[in-house]
Design a protein around this ligand. Structure first.
Ligand code: SAM
Length: 173
């Protein structure tokens, strides 16, 4: 069965509506919230951090990031204008959060401009995922972190937080 996320701009408005609802429902699960918070707690966000979420969908993760301690600005990027439209509406009133249409394999940001780059359940959906990682590395400041959070392995929800918190990298140079 083809992965709808791999060609998200071809999805119908009806399919996008379903995807948007599922993404929000998933993000509301206690296990998902625990997993996200567990790995965010492992990162040192420098004061006034600038954070990028690539493949943000409806922005469920970006909204958490926007209120995380030390975070001054969050940009969510996704190829789907319809998901971003939903994201903007769900984020009304959330400070410091903006959304931009874009492809993680060709980000339109300058080099070394973000302190943290989050790829939450993205990489397994993108053909040429290594191009996304290369772009994440390019836009990260040296010493910044990128978080390729994924949990496709069959593990019990109770173990998600522990498994995923090992999954981040720091840019050294
Ligand atoms: C499983 S969803 C995760 C959404 C969000 N990160 C979350 O956890 O709620 C995968 C997202 O990746 C986006 N996506 C697909 N191809 C992409 C690409 N080439 N670059 C950036 N994002 C992409 C999809 O539109 C979708 O919103």
């Amino acid at each position: 069965m083809p992965d709808v996320f791999a060609n998200i701009t071809a999805a119908s408005p009806e399919a996008i509506d379903t995807i948007a609802r599922v993404l929000e429902l998933r993000a509301a699960l206690p296990q998902q919230q625990q997993m996200l918070r567990a790995y965010l707690q492992d990162i040192e966000f420098p004061p006034a951090s600038r954070v990028l979420e690539v493949g943000c969908g409806t922005g469920a993760v970006a909204r958490v990031l926007a209120t995380w301690p030390n975070v001054a600005e969050v940009v969510g990027v996704d190829p789907s204008p319809l998901l971003l439209e939903r994201g903007r509406s769900l984020a009304s009133g959330v400070p410091h959060l903006t959304f931009e249409t874009g492809d993680g394999r060709a980000l339109g940001f300058k080099d070394e401009t973000f302190d943290v780059v989050v790829l939450h359940t993205l990489l397994t959906h993108v053909p040429e995922a290594e191009a996304v990682l290369a772009q994440a590395h390019r836009v990260l400041r040296p010493g910044g972190h990128y978080l390729p959070g994924n949990c496709r392995r069959r593990i019990a929800p109770a173990r998600w937080a522990r498994e995923v918190r090992t999954c981040f990298f720091a840019r050294r140079s």
